[in-house]
Design a protein around this ligand. Structure first.
Ligand code: LFR
Length: 478
């Protein structure tokens, strides 16, 4: 069987956990096996938040060895690909040494720059017109501008900026390259081409020489180095942005009538388009014109997501620890009456509070609304608020891009949350199709299979793979 089977490894890094997944393509069927899963978190040091990059690299290597060990006798890994959350990066010198620590995007260091750009309507309009990315606290543009302003020697010390998937690709293959989907999360890419926006780099005072023209997804970067177990495997620059991978995995109708939600720590509500969605209204709706692996557009809005629920859980001693506990919590939340008013999902309050529960309670008190009595109450309020946030993002897209969506396809952890799926269907007045799949890993593997010419293109992959996906449809109620 191994003769006709193709084995690929997807390294899928999330802000709270990472995975290495072995994908096997055989007789037009993709099977996934999670060979390694590990927790991830940023840690504070002094006033700042950092990723443990060496720790992540260690886990990646462990996972790849486990993937190789899980292969049938005589089989080899054909390729590997890395996808990761957006925006975060490292600064390197020519020898590939890190010259600045990797900060986490939730670090407060961007707050001053965020406020400055918000206060300068003309500059913000220019940056948005040039890049199609709104002013959000996690943008690489703000992060890098702060790094250079607070540490001017960096412009001499660093010669390259690699985003995290680019950096792991470099560690694996020895080749430094910027990939287009992850580049599109930075607010530095030109919205009209797939190259960097010189005017925007100048605005943020960043050296253009730190970046090279991004490669499209599917580019072969070279063979895996230094890991004998993977000898011969090719490193493929898959869509480096996890959300781009999740969107690629959607069993989407070919006519573009599906709205996508990748629901995890963040809820990314968007669609695919040949053209960007720009202008003052799009900016006000925080439409982010990120890119697909082939350089087209995936306009999306980031609704704050299940981060709010994850944070709230930490404030309750009696939180669910297994599937049964979760089912009981969701059932209890469903039985409660609908909250009298929903949360205003502001990033400023809920982006990185010390206590999410306290941050929610503070907003409710300010608005003279009742504060939930227990975890079920918070869960209900958060899911209903996110559902409305999803629907609002959808309506903005319908207006701005003159589209009508017929279904909402949902992947990620949120697709398992009945309460959130139903709240979204009710608020959007559309069916929500919750897909049981590891979207980010599937999109990562799809890109490898296409690059290896086992599958013709993404449309073909989606058509074949759609038959494999288990779905649950939530019809709107109420
Ligand atoms: C999701 C994600 C989002 C991005 C956020 C921060 O994991 O990649 O798309 O907005 O992380 O980078």
């Amino acid at each position: 069987m191994s003769v006709k089977s193709l084995h690929c490894a997807a390294i899928d890094l999330g802000a709270t956990s990472g995975r290495v997944i072995l994908g096997t393509w055989s007789r037009s069927r993709l099977t996934l096996r999670e060979v390694h899963r590990f927790p991830n978190q940023f840690r504070s040091l002094g006033a700042h938040d950092y990723w443990d990059i060496a720790g992540l690299w260690h886990e990646i290597q462990t996972g790849l060895r486990l993937a190789a060990a899980a292969l049938p006798r005589g089989a080899r890994l054909a390729s590997v690909g890395v996808d990761c959350w957006g925006c975060d990066h490292v600064l390197l010198n020519d020898a590939g040494r890190l010259v600045f620590p990797a900060h986490a995007y939730r670090d407060a260091r961007t707050q001053a720059g965020l406020a400055r750009l918000d206060a300068d309507a003309a500059a913000l309009a220019r940056v948005y017109a040039a890049t199609g990315i709104p002013n959000v606290f996690y943008n690489s543009s703000l992060q890098l501008a702060e790094a250079v302003a607070s540490c001017p020697a960096l412009t001499d010390l660093a010669t390259r900026c690699l985003f995290l998937p680019d950096y792991f690709n470099f560690l694996l293959s020895g080749r430094m390259a910027n990939e287009v989907t992850i580049a599109s999360t930075t607010q530095l890419l030109d919205v009209r081409s797939t190259d960097w926006s010189r005017a925007t780099l100048d605005h943020f005072r960043l050296p253009p020489s730190w970046f090279t023209a991004p490669v499209l997804a599917g580019t072969r970067l070279g063979r895996v180095k230094h890991l004998p177990e993977l000898a011969g495997a090719t490193v493929i620059a898959v869509p480096g942005h996890d959300t781009a991978c999740a969107y690629d995995a959607m069993p989407a109708a070919a006519d573009g009538s599906d709205l996508y939600i990748s629901s995890g720590t963040w809820s990314l509500v968007g669609f695919e388009s040949e053209t960007p969605v720009l202008g003052p209204e799009a900016l006000a709706a925080r439409v982010s014109n990120e890119r697909t692996g082939d350089g087209r557009y995936r306009p999306l809005t980031n609704v704050i997501g299940l981060w709010m629920l994850e944070g709230t859980l930490k404030d309750f001693a009696s939180r669910p620890t297994n599937d049964r506990g979760w089912a009981a919590l969701i059932a209890a939340a469903e039985k409660l009456p609908a909250p009298p008013a929903l949360l205003d999902l502001a990033f400023a309050e809920f982006g990185n509070p010390t206590s999410m529960r306290a941050a929610i309670a503070a907003q409710l008190k300010r608005r003279k609304l009742p504060v939930p009595k227990n975890l079920a109450g918070y869960t209900r309020l958060i899911c209903d608020s996110l559902g409305r946030g999803h629907a609002e993002a959808m309506r903005a897209f319908e207006r701005l891009a003159d589209r009508r969506f017929r279904r909402i396809l949902m992947v990620g952890g949120g697709a398992k949350n009945r309460l959130l799926c139903q709240a979204t269907a009710n608020a959007a007045r559309l069916p929500v199709v919750a897909c049981e799949l590891e979207g980010t890993a599937v999109g990562n593997l799809a890109s490898q299979l296409i690059a290896l010419k086992a599958v013709k293109n993404l449309a073909a992959f989606r058509e074949i793979f759609a038959r494999q996906i288990k779905t649950t449809t939530y019809a709107p109620k109420g």
